[in-house]
Design a protein around this ligand. Structure first.
Ligand code: FES
Ligand code: FE2
Length: 446
């Protein structure tokens, strides 16, 4: 195996708190989890749902995070709104389904009724409330809501900086991929037997890739990836795509995956005999030449966008992976009380080819896959257990399945008397950076 020098790490801002050992406590302690809810999730912007799911007044989504339930709505004026999903009469949950369309938000307990803007507009037997009811006071309690890239974010703290300021340059690096124009093709949640940070850590390092994702050596060059460390605990990685792992012997011919990619964009696999490492450099031109006919518009994307794959982890719990025609959003949600459990949500997005792109370019429209022409209905949310994945009943892609197989054992290790703290290598710098910022936000000295 050849040693390959990784590209230098790009550091935008180190954490105000120095690196401390990443101890087991933070993954298993109930006190730690309680502190995360008290001072982290209550203050930080969080990705709640997709804006396309709140297209019309009356559409709603419920986002449950820890013990909080947040109701997201589109008002009659077309604005997004977010409320605590708690009735101002006796505290019942107003919307018990996770999504839908309604005429009003009607509490299932005694029928207090709220508008799309959260205003209380009907109270059964109102005259029986001595002293009357002030609808302003007893409307649903609002919280901050904002959007970026077609994603809806909420924040419970009025003093937290605005969303784009908080997301910073990590968001700027994703914006050109136009997630808002992509189609949702998968919506899954797996219940994992691990702390929410254990699974998030797993998606912040590529050190494990050669060991548990052997298929990646045919597609990417992970050992040479470029790490980005941003302010507020966000991290990123840029990985050479349309290539092979250069730490291993370079094949003479493009492998089946590279052949398929080349053929999709009009490249000749035979032309790369003995020069497989040239494919990546040629890929932007191939994409730009074939794109309009395939219905893809690459305006605003650089050559590196067209050859590589980028992944950004937004503090504290959302990761977005982007390529020109695809994106993946995953999110870890803590269990309300148990540090040994979490939810891992996955939204799969795909850029549908568009005939108008070919028409504008004056070329014939020939999508690579005829299935891409059919309208895609919004997929139903599918929720399942880790054992469903391990037994093969459910899949979240082979790569994520491989991670899911392992994650329960990592959590078990955190409970062992034989484990003190993580020993991180340079390839795991993102984990240390993330935990340094976690310490900062939690005010932790642990
Ligand atoms: S608790 Fe909602 S109407 Fe009574
Ligand atoms: Fe992995």
């Amino acid at each position: 195996m050849t040693q390959v020098k990784a590209r230098p790490t790009v550091t935008y801002q180190t954490a105000p708190r120095k690196s401390r050992p990443v101890t087991a406590e933070r993954y298993i302690s109930k006190d730690w989890l309680a502190r995360e809810f008290e001072v982290l999730f209550s203050r930080i912007w969080q990705f709640a749902c997709l804006e396309r799911d709140l297209a019309e007044p009356g559409d709603y989504r419920v986002f449950n995070i820890g013990k909080e339930s947040i109701l997201l709505s589109r008002t009659n004026e077309g604005e997004l709104a977010a409320f605590y999903n708690v009735c101002q009469h006796r505290g019942a949950r107003v919307m018990v389904n996770d999504f839908g369309w309604v005429h009003n938000f009607v509490c299932p307990y005694h029928g207090w009724t709220y508008g799309y803007d959260g205003k209380l507009n009907h109270v059964p037997d109102r005259e029986r409330f001595s002293g009357g009811i002030d609808c302003e006071v007893h409307s649903l309690q609002t919280l901050r809501v904002d959007t970026w890239a077609g994603l809806v974010w909420i924040c419970m703290d009025p003093d937290t900086p605005p969303l784009l300021e908080f997301l910073g340059p990590a968001a700027d690096r994703i914006t050109p991929f136009r997630l808002q124009d992509m189609t949702l093709i998968g919506d899954q949640t797996v219940r994992l037997d691990c702390n929410w940070k254990a699974v998030f850590d797993n998606f912040q390092e590529l050190y494990h890739v050669e060991h548990i994702h052997p298929q990646h050596k045919f597609m990417f060059d992970c050992p040479t990836s470029e790490v980005h460390l941003f302010a507020n605990g966000h991290t990123g990685v840029v990985i050479d795509g349309h290539t092979v792992n250069t730490r291993l012997p370079i094949p003479d011919e493009p492998n089946p995956y590279l052949r398929m990619q080349l053929q999709k964009f009009g490249g000749d696999p035979g032309a790369y005999r003995g020069r497989v490492l040239d494919i990546r450099g040629d890929f932007p031109a191939l994409r730009r030449a074939a794109g309009p006919g395939l219905g893809y518009d690459y305006d605003g994307l650089t050559d590196l966008h067209l050859s590589d794959i980028e992944q950004y982890n937004f503090f504290p719990n959302t990761m977005i992976t982007v390529q020109p025609e695809d994106a993946l959003i995953v999110r870890a949600r803590p269990h309300p009380t148990d540090p040994d459990q979490c939810l891992w949500d996955k939204f799969t997005l795909h850029m549908q080819p568009r005939e108008e792109v070919a028409r504008r370019a004056g070329v014939a429209f020939k999508p690579a896959d005829p299935k891409d022409l059919a309208p895609v209905p919004r997929p139903e949310h599918d929720e399942f257990t880790q054992d469903d994945v391990i037994s093969g009943n459910k899949t979240m892609t082979i790569t994520i399945d491989q991670d899911v197989h392992l994650i329960r054992d990592i959590q078990a290790g955190m409970h062992s008397r034989g484990f003190r703290a993580q020993k991180l290598c340079e390839d795991e710098a993102r984990i240390q950076h993330y935990h340094d910022w976690l310490d900062h936000f939690l005010g932790s000295n642990a």
